[in-house]
Design a protein around this ligand. Structure first.
Ligand SMILES: Nc1ncnc2c1ncn2[C@@H]1O[C@H](COP(=O)(O)OP(=O)(O)O)[C@@H](O)[C@H]1O
Ligand SMILES: [Mg+2]
Length: 599
């Protein structure tokens, strides 16, 4: 999987190939694209007729007084009516194009955001180990905005000006082939440096978006750790860190803009320079009577259109390069990390008492640490309805076991069976609906109590939510909240104590009612009183299902059917509380420390 912060692909793929990846998003709206394109053509054609009308006016209209071959006042009226008619067509076509194209820009940005987000939600944990969440947020907001301005304005601006450029050029040649061919020759020389600087702008643009994302990610991380920051009085340090990131982003944007300014200045100077030079030749032709004033006016207006559109094109070219950088960053998010792929099979139904689970010779190392095994040859099994406890010092690999059971990672070797099916042959949803995980940190969403519990089973009735809360011993504190079940809990549940948060996540898992329940140190961070309450909740939760519980405090698992002792990624012992005490191994040592026994 490639989630590169640096940009190898920037040079690998051409701008065009990069942008072509947006094509699937445009496809559903073909009709609108067509309408916009038609309106664009009409508007460009209308614009291009204006100089010709002016020529008519000057050569035939204004010259009538001292020129007998001039046209009558009826003709003048006709010419002016035509001019007004052209203006109306231009207005309608431009408005239509603007509406369609802006609609497309907004629509496609929304589609892109939805698609990227839904894809990100399905990425493996490895994905989130490499990419900071703030980075994802930045790509979702600012990179999609760049694409919005590309589709919603730059492309049509570019097309319109390309058409004007081409049309005006042809008309210019038609007006005066000699003068026009000189301009064209000059323009060819002009375009080359523009292309070269344009490529640089794209690279710099990608870099500047990356820097901007860094700023966002940093703010995100710091805000998530506000209390730690304040209690260590690190506000100054954090704001300096942010200042630095913001300045980096600024400098990078500055570099990009400087190059874009070069681009614009160069383009305008070269193009206008060429035109002024040619006009000078034209003026001489008029004074030598080799050309009429009207024709020179027409030529001049077309030349101005060519020059104006070149300027716009150069600017659009910069926008396109920026959007290509943004597209690259978004496409990266939509790529599959796909190390964890869903199997095909449905799960065999669990027995009345709960699911069965078997680990056979499982070895695993985290992808980021290929040389350090996190688990080595782990084997144990859980019979339906039993409670098995995992104990061992911190870092032994207990949480890792639970992560493998939910298939956040796949082991490098060995096999895990759930109800006698290998878990990687099951559909991910079948597996994860069967396994209920109460993780070490309790997750609370910024919503009210009811919805937080209901997350476990979206169609649960309020009575079921209440019952789950009661079983999790949470009813007692929920009733004391200002608005009971309707109380808003604040971001990440900041308005609850640790023990309350834990009981809330247990209630959520109970509502889900999974045949296999995984509990990760659910009571480790609690004082004795809340521990007793959570313990009661857990005892209630364990009955009628298979449970694998990681326990820090041995008192909570004395009654487990089996206790598995882990150390440094291995199973070092297993048995009942009494058997393990009698063995006198690691468990006995841990027990001696916790219960103050000496044996
Ligand atoms: N995402 C990760 N990437 C790399 N190493 C990890 C990751 N998570 C945990 N580890 C390492 O794996 C080992 C086991 O961790 P863990 O299963 O969390 O232990 P515990 O028994 O305390 O729950 C530790 O050495 C830890 O540093
Ligand atoms: Mg752990």
């Amino acid at each position: 999987m490639k989630i590169s912060k640096k940009t190898p692909s920037a040079s690998e793929k051409s701008t065009w190939d990069t942008l072509k990846q947006l094509q699937p998003f445009l496809r559903p709206y073909r009709l609108r694209v067509l309408v916009a394109a038609t309106a664009l053509l009409v508007a460009a054609a209308a614009t291009l007729t204006i100089p010709a009308v002016f020529r008519l006016l000057i050569d035939r209209g204004f010259s009538t007084a001292d020129n007998l071959q001039g046209i009558g006042s009826a003709d003048i009226n006709r010419v002016f009516l035509t001019l007004f008619g052209v203006a109306i067509v231009l207005a309608l076509a431009t408005a239509t194009r603007f509406y369609c194209v802006s609609w497309l820009g907004d629509r496609i940005t929304a589609d892109l955001r939805k698609r990227v987000f839904s894809k990100v939600l399905r990425q493996d944990p490895v994905f989130f180990e490499t990419l900071r969440t703030g980075e994802v947020q930045s790509r979702l907001s600012s990179d999609t905005t760049l694409i919005q301005s590309l589709i919603g304005s730059s492309i049509s601006l570019g097309l319109r000006n390309a058409l004007l450029f081409a049309g005006a050029l042809i008309m210019m040649i038609w007006s005066s082939p000699t003068l026009a061919s000189i301009i064209v020759a000059l323009l060819i020389v002009v375009v080359l440096p523009i292309l070269i600087i344009g490529r640089r702008v794209r690279k710099l643009s990608r870099d500047s978006q990356d820097k901007l994302a860094d700023t966002g990610a940093l703010a995100n991380e710091t805000l998530n750790a506000m209390q730690t920051v304040q209690s260590y009085v690190r506000e100054d340090m954090e704001s300096q860190r942010y200042d630095l990131a913001a300045d980096h982003a600024f400098e990078s944007a500055l570099k990009r803009n400087r190059n874009r300014s070069y681009l614009t200045a160069l383009a305008i100077t070269l193009v206008f320079g060429s035109i002024v030079f040619v006009l000078w030749l034209g003026a001489q032709a008029v004074s030598d009577q080799r050309m009429s004033a009207g024709l020179l006016t027409q030529f001049m207006l077309y030349a101005a259109l060519v020059a104006g559109s070149t300027g716009v094109l150069a600017e659009v070219f910069g926008d396109v390069q920026r959007a290509a950088g943004a597209t690259e960053r978004l496409v990266e998010l939509m790529q599959d990390s796909a190390t964890i792929t869903s199997g095909q099979q449905k799960l065999k139904t669990s027995s009345e008492a709960g699911a069965s689970l078997q680990l056979m010779d499982v070895s695993f190392n985290y992808p980021s640490r290929p040389d350090t095994p996190a688990l080595q040859n782990i084997s144990f099994d859980l019979q339906p309805g039993t409670t098995v406890a995992l104990v061992g010092p911190s870092g032994a690999g207990k949480t890792t076991v639970l992560q493998l059971l939910s298939r956040f990672y796949d082991p490098q070797s060995g096999c895990i069976l759930l109800n006698n099916s290998a878990i990687d042959t099951l559909t991910l949803s079948a597996l994860r609906n069967t396994v209920g995980l109460v993780s070490q940190e309790s997750i609370v969403f910024s919503d009210n109590v009811t919805n937080n519990i209901r997350y476990g089973k979206l169609d649960a009735s309020f009575e079921q939510v209440q019952a789950a809360a009661k079983d999790a011993q949470a009813l007692e504190f929920i009733d004391r909240l200002p608005e009971g079940f309707d109380t808003y809990l604040g971001e990440k549940g900041v308005r609850l104590s640790g023990g309350q948060r834990q009981r809330l996540s247990i209630a959520r898992a109970l509502l889900k009612n999974p045949p296999l329940l995984l509990l990760d140190e659910a009571t480790s961070a609690l004082d004795a009183q809340s521990e007793a309450k959570v313990q009661k909740a857990l005892d209630r939760a364990m009955s009628g299902r298979t449970t694998l519980v990681i326990a820090h405090r041995l008192a909570t698992i004395i009654n487990a059917d089996k206790i598995i002792v882990m150390d440094q990624g291995r199973v070092v012992d297993s048995g009942s509380h009494q058997e393990l005490l009698d063995n006198g191994g690691l468990y006995a040592k841990l027990a001696a420390m916790q219960f103050g026994l000496s044996n």
